[in-house]
Write a protein that binds this ligand. Structure first.
Ligand SMILES: [Zn+2]
Length: 128
């Protein structure tokens, strides 16, 4: 069955999953998103732990059902870039950048990527 908007289904599937976050000690104290420089995101957690992610990593780790499905098929882990076939020349791809980021309730972040994908909801639990 050809679905013109596969994302619409994907987000429903994702949102139906139970979300157990936030958990104690698993909340961010501060979140810095470097939209202008395009370098990525820094999170300082309440317990003092710091997480630093590049946008490229976050895009490859997109937790939406669509991306997860794609990764499963190609045997990639979240955050792992697609592998090139042996001998293939890398195609030019513009650097991954987040155009916008917004909070989803108190438990997650949502990014709008420059490849027009914006289905992933990155919960604090996932980012930690
Ligand atoms: Zn995705």
């Amino acid at each position: 069955m050809e679905n013109k908007r596969p994302g619409a289904h994907a987000i429903l599937k994702f949102m139906a999953l139970p979300d157990y976050s936030p958990r104690v000690g698993n909340d961010p104290k501060s979140v810095l998103i470097h939209l202008t420089t395009g370098t990525g995101m820094e999170i300082e957690w309440k317990d003092g732990h710091r997480s630093i992610y590049t946008f490229a990593f976050l895009r490859e780790a997109c937790p939406c059902a669509l991306c997860e499905d794609e990764r499963t098929k190609s045997g990639r882990k979240p955050g792992e870039a697609a592998k090139l076939a042996p001998g293939a020349l890398p195609m030019f791809k513009p650097a991954v950048k987040a155009l916008a980021a917004e909070a989803v309730g108190k438990y997650a972040l949502k990014f709008s990527w420059n490849d027009r994908h914006d289905l992933g909801i990155y919960s604090w639990f996932y980012l930690r």
